[in-house]
Design a protein around this ligand. Structure first.
Ligand code: CA
Length: 225
């Protein structure tokens, strides 16, 4: 099972996360400050780091930057509520994702699964084709097909579809889709996700009478195998 390091100085949050992650079967390490966190991240053969930004000593951003100098391990930053500057800074220096406190534990768990999944798929040879039912993507030409018929998708529609198909069977939140498919200018405006989901549904689900994209109430969207 994956080994996850929590770098968080707020003891209550750290313990809560530890409990939840252990419950999911992960091995968990905790560091209460930036310096210890950095050391453990680099020495303990960690698979993923949950990294708070506001830390005593070395800040989370600095820890992230230094981890990235040596490792590509997935990093999920925890930021104070809606500090866009922190989010942008975190992603700029190589964090994979971020969560805004307070967050729902289910959403953090979903993001952990996505990040670990991505790590795994990065270390495996890249598949040329992604296929779910009749829908397939040619990853090298960035084209999508229903059966033999090519789907006419815009760049963003294709990217959204690819991201969802790569993370099939995981309920993806609007914020998560926004972070991973769109650029910084859309921070916070998750409406754009709903709009593009609608486009994809018109072009695939409605057109071919299938049910590719499902809505997960209170979370976001999912494509199931
Ligand atoms: Ca903190």
């Amino acid at each position: 099972m994956a080994k996850i390091l929590i770098v968080e100085d707020e003891n209550k949050i750290a313990r809560f996360l530890e409990l939840e992650l252990k419950h999911e079967g992960y091995e968990v390490l905790i560091a209460g400050d930036g310096r210890t966190g950095l050391e453990k991240a680099l020495k303990e053969n960690v698979d993923l780091v949950i990294l708070d930004i506001m830390l005593p000593g070395l800040s989370g951003l600095e820890v992230c930057r230094r981890i990235r100098m040596e490792s590509k391990m997935p990093i999920i930053m925890l930021t104070a509520k809606d500090d866009v500057t922190d989010k942008v800074a975190g992603l700029d220096i190589g964090a994979d994702d971020y969560m805004t406190k307070p967050f729902a534990i289910e959403e953090l768990l979903a993001r952990i699964r996505v990040a670990l999944n991505r790590k795994k798929s990065n270390s495996e040879p890249k598949p040329e084709v992604l296929k779910i039912g009749e829908v397939s993507l040619n990853l090298s030409s960035h084209s999508a097909f229903y059966g033999e018929e090519e789907l006419v998708l815009t760049k963003k529609e294709y990217e959204l579809l690819e991201y969802m198909m790569r993370n099939k069977n995981i309920a993806l939140s609007r914020e998560q889709l926004l972070n991973n498919v769109w650029d910084y200018e859309y921070f916070g405006d998750t409406n754009v996700v709903d709009v593009y989901i609608r486009y994809l549904r018109q072009k695939i689900d409605d057109k071919y009478g299938i049910h590719l994209i499902s809505t997960v109430r209170g979370v976001g969207y999912i494509i199931k195998d």
